[in-house]
Design a protein around this ligand. Structure first.
Ligand SMILES: *Cc1c(COP(=O)(O)O)cnc(C)c1O
Length: 418
């Protein structure tokens, strides 16, 4: 087998000696493939981010909820953030205890909130009306509040989750109204949290928003923890040599800020962070098959079976994913051509990558979409009635483990009660 543009899977020994063609033969195309070692490495980096002792990272599970991956993250000692009753269910099923979960919903229904309350899972509310709703459901209870620090960050408008123009968080200026509601329902505010957005690649905005929330936190004396949010970015442009987020530099700066706050506050308060993407992203790739090559109006199309039903990020956010090619028989032509790489969905927006300079593959060669472990499978669908694909894990030993079966045609009609 030949790998082209294979810097990532070769450098990381991603397949651990397994042949991607064998994986596709066994589990079908397309296929999500995860590497256990990479997943564990990312968990450990996050776990050891700071030296501050009372530090508990929570994995924001919405980025990948496969139960086998959740079990690994739990084994590595991370706790979890959950957004919905469904995520609570999955987290509990994979072995997290209620004490290890933090529920951070947006616009929750009373029914959603009750699901968490009945299971003893701490909830964070993110508006005054949600605080009122929570108070009526759980008077005398403990609660956390998500504040909007007024600073946003992220790779796309859709993922910036703080700042004046987003729907998230309580405005810090509403603090008097917050206090009235806490009093009215006899609630104890034990935690405050924020999340400024997704995919920052340098420490500055995170440290800045951390400083803001810490300054803001000083007025509360009941706090048991402060949650600084997620958003840790990964380099999606590895083929162009993009540098990683410097976790050591971030950790060092964060450490200073945390220690100094604890000294001022007078106790070693717990600090939490909530990375989503950073944990599983680079441990997952999508493998698919090249099904056609053609030129239309001067554009060279590489047709594949990876539509936006399989990987939504390119169409949803205009995201870049590095692409590798794998050839079985002979070395494909090394002539480089700018390809528009597309899927098999009947919409012209179904584009994985535009003008991507790649060698010309053979029909039947495989294509690998890098860094697809976060916001990949969990955002996939059966649009165009293509059953959702399988997921496999390459274990640290190199053994292959099927962690989700490919759906069948029967799955497509299962809930229609035919
Ligand atoms: C999505 C989300 C996260 C994780 O964001 P990433 O960018 O994937 O790290 C963390 N906290 C909250 C509240 C979120 O909604």
């Amino acid at each position: 087998m030949y790998t082209l543009h294979g810097i990532y899977t070769e450098n990381t020994s991603f397949f651990k000696g397994n042949d991607p063609f064998d994986l596709i033969t066994e589990y079908g195309s397309p296929l999500y493939v995860y590497n256990e070692e990479i997943l564990r490495t990312r968990c450990r980096e996050i776990k050891n981010l700071v030296t501050y002792e009372n530090f508990v990272p929570h994995y924001s599970i919405k980025s990948n909820t496969n139960i086998h991956l959740l079990k690994i993250v739990h084994e590595e000692g991370l706790h979890a953030d959950v957004m919905s009753p469904g995520e609570i269910y999955l987290a509990l099923e994979s072995g997290f205890t209620p004490e290890e979960l933090f529920y951070i919903p947006n616009n929750a229904t009373p029914c959603d909130m009750r699901y968490a309350i009945e299971r003893g899972i701490l909830t964070s509310v993110d508006s005054l009306s949600q605080l009122e709703m929570y108070g009526t459901l759980n008077p005398g209870g403990k609660v956390a509040i998500r504040f909007n620090p007024g600073i946003g960050a992220g790779h796309h408008e859709k993922v910036v989750t703080a700042g004046k123009k987003t729907k998230f968080g309580v405005n810090p200026e509403d603090i008097d109204k917050v206090n009235l509601l806490l009093e009215k329902y006899n609630l104890t505010l034990i935690g405050i949290n924020q999340h400024i957005g997704s995919l920052f690649m340098n420490a500055e905005p995170y440290i800045q928003s951390t400083s803001f929330i810490l300054e803001f936190a000083k007025q509360f004396d009941s706090l048991e923890f402060i949650d600084l949010g997620g958003g840790f970015g990964i380099p999606y442009h590895k083929q162009e040599g993009e540098a990683r987020l410097d976790m050591q530099a971030l950790g060092t700066k964060l450490d200073e800020v945390l220690h100094s706050f604890a000294t001022d506050y007078g106790k070693k308060i717990q600090f939490q962070i909530e990375p989503g993407r950073y944990i599983p992203c680079e441990s997952g790739i999508v493998l698919g098959t090249v099904t056609s090559l053609k030129s239309n109006g001067g554009i060279h199309y590489m047709g594949t079976d990876i539509g936006f039903n399989v990987l939504q990020r390119p169409i949803m956010y205009g995201s870049h994913h590095d692409i590798e090619l794998y050839s079985q028989d002979s070395l494909p032509s090394h002539t480089l051509t700018p390809f528009t790489v597309v899927g098999n969905i009947c919409e012209s927006g179904d584009i994985l990558a535009k003008d991507r300079v790649l060698p010309t593959p053979h029909i039947g060669d495989l294509i690998g979409i890098m860094d697809s472990g976060a916001y990949g499978f969990c955002m996939s669908s059966s649009y165009n009635q293509r059953p959702r694909c399988a997921e496999v894990l390459i274990e640290s030993t190199g053994a292959i483990r099927l962690i989700r079966k490919r759906e069948t045609f029967e799955d497509l009609i299962r809930n229609m009660l035919v």
